[in-house]
Design a protein around this ligand. Sequence first.
Ligand SMILES: [Zn+2]
Ligand SMILES: [Zn+2]
Length: 444
Amino acid sequence: MAPRLRQRRRKKHPSVTPMVVTPPTVVTPIPVTLTKPDPSIDALGFFSLDNNVPGLSKLILQKLNMKSYEEYKMVVDGGTPVSGFGFRSPQEMFQRLEDTFRFCAHCRALPSGLSDSKVLRHCKRCRNVYYCDPECQRSDWPVHRKVCQELGHVAVDRLMEWLLVTGDFVLPSGPWPWPAGVQDWDTWFSMRRLQLEATLDAMLGSHAMTILWASVGRPRPDPDALRGSLKRLLTDILSRPLTLGLGLRALGINTGKPGGSTVHVVGASHVETFLTGSEDYNELGYMFPGHLGLRVIMVGVDVTTSFLQSTVTSTPEPDTVHLSGHRGLYHDFWEEQVETGQMAHPDMVVAFHPGFHASPTLMEAWLPTLLLLRDYKIPTLLTVYSYQELTASLQILVDLDTHVIAYGANPFSSLKPEQVYSNPNKQPVYCSAYYIMFHGSPAS
Ligand SMILES: [Zn+2]
Ligand SMILES: [Zn+2]
């Protein structure tokens, strides 16, 4: 399993119509966090875990019966079944996964660094963070109390994600009765309400759910807590397709164009392509009834092999969404595939969490793509994890002389909290919490 090493009251989202803004000339500089808060998976991020908790990356590999990050990545990439990990039982697997979270949230001690008389015990409220003794727990409480409840959700969600791997997670399906009225999660949930009640109940009563909670070594939460978790997972899966829809709507892309419309997702990685199938994007199609075909092409160096093999590149039929992948850098893809006419020119380009604000190295990697999108005047949508990242990214886009046409809180943000793995008391973040759209340069 790919451990996607990855509620407070949510602020009410503004209406979906993005605020049209004049490009900000001065954005107040805010100190930017140096690591991507995404607690997943690229090698850099993986080893950066050690900065907070020395030895943590090694501990994770060891618990998962793997020898190196390369091996870990290979397993994620190929989607090798769990049996390949060498676990004797589901209990052992869940135990091992939980063990990867076992270090003292206060003094950072790992189990190996404790004297024999000590064991790490979890916080009884959230069951998410561990302490080596009551002293550490007491000292940590003023910080931990701010995130304890949210981390309780994280601890349930990471177990429930197992249903995605087993294939027991059911997405809603069928046309939207009133697409124009769906502007955010509230309206989406009320539109899908009847169907969701039935599917959530079915998932709660399923064999997979029983096995899961019989295997994880903690009591099964009450049905409402499990329903809440399933809903958060739903928003996490559907956040990406519906954010594409938000962009198509806001940028005024004509989905009735003969031959269909094309979206390129740039910088795509495991996160967008592992365990992702075309059916995950059906909701995007239902957002635009009568569309003449939607093509979503994931481009990135870390697009998974299983995704490349399971998707098709043919022209989509009207009312269908086609997913496909291309492994490589976007500017190379552009030269080799788009300019030569082998791949459709994009009507919109999307990047989920490009993270170019976070380090000069990432900025260097993104620069050719950003300039290409600006100079070819491709309507572009980016997402970021936090307001702080929004501000930093806007400043960079303004400096690059792009025409920022809208930004704001994403009404289709994931509602599943993401723990900063090696620093659990940091405020959890939400995938695609904010968006930015730009189109060409201000003068053009
Ligand atoms: Zn401690
Ligand atoms: Zn707690």
